[in-house]
Design a protein around this ligand. Structure first.
Ligand code: GLP
Length: 241
């Protein structure tokens, strides 16, 4: 794992966007694995700015997202589909039909298997962008998750529901389940870029940097099994390393 320390969220976003941009320029039909949450917002902002100012094109790019809430309609403003439209898809020239998210309204085993088959049919993920949950979850793979599974349905922990309640009216409105790429899916990506910012991630980052083996109690530790991981984190997030 290569760790890049930056001063703040803005520098983290700029560096992450630079890595994505470099891939898009080098491989115009790359498959990008995308993430949601507060952390990548600045990265998408930088990519949109770069698209507008420098014309970096996403015309032949394909994207697959990590996860989606179960039981949430893509049209719901709280869906990750809506988040991606709002922060990225609607502002670049990525054609409809070239971006994919798990379907929160079809949580069947078949639908999960179809999502993994879709990723394979695209040629696999070239670069997977990841955030990290305070409890070390990646995607929505909560502590205790299998480290080898493909896309599947998970029950969200109370701490994750609380952390994400800021996007919903109240905690009761936060879904209790989600569909997520499994850690097995994530580890198949050719390169992984994990970004983290702020003191609330310091505990998780401290554990991740020290991890020397995969332990399902701390899902992000699975990244120790991957050969091409880069972590870009700011000083606050790295304060316990
Ligand atoms: C959510 C997402 C994750 C994300 C994590 C951290 O639960 N499913 O993909 O990495 O929370 O989110 P944030 O960046 O808002 O702290």
């Amino acid at each position: 794992m290569k760790i890049v320390s930056v001063t703040d969220n803005q520098e983290m976003s700029k560096k992450a966007a630079e890595i994505i941009r470099e891939l898009v320029l080098r491989k115009p039909d790359a498959v990008l694995g995308l993430a949601t949450g507060g952390t990548p917002e600045g990265t998408y902002q930088q990519l949109v700015k770069d698209h507008q100012e420098n014309g970096t094109s996403y015309r032949s790019i394909r994207t697959v997202n990590l996860d989606e809430y179960a039981g949430i309609d893509p049209k719901d403003p709280n869906s990750y589909y809506a988040y991606m439209k709002q922060h990225f898809f609607d502002h670049v020239d990525l054609p409809d039909g070239q971006y994919f998210l798990p379907n929160g309204l079809d949580t069947s085993k078949e639908a999960c298997m179809r999502y993994d088959a879709l990723i394979d049919s695209l040629g696999g993920v070239d670069l997977q962008l990841l955030g990290i949950g305070r409890n070390g979850h990646i995607g929505f793979n909560e502590p205790g998750s299998s480290l080898t599974l493909g896309t599947h349905v998970v029950k969200l922990t109370e701490s994750t529901r609380h952390a994400n309640a800021r996007y919903f009216g109240s905690i009761e409105d936060v879904p209790t389940e989600a569909v997520t790429m499994g850690i097995g899916t994530i580890l198949k990506s050719r390169k992984i870029l994990l970004i983290a910012s702020g003191e609330e991630k310091a505990d998780a980052l401290g554990k991740l940097v020290l991890a020397n083996r995969a332990d399902s109690r701390f899902p992000a530790s699975a990244l120790t099994q991957h050969k091409n991981v880069i972590i870009i984190a700011d000083e606050a997030a790295l304060s316990q390393t």
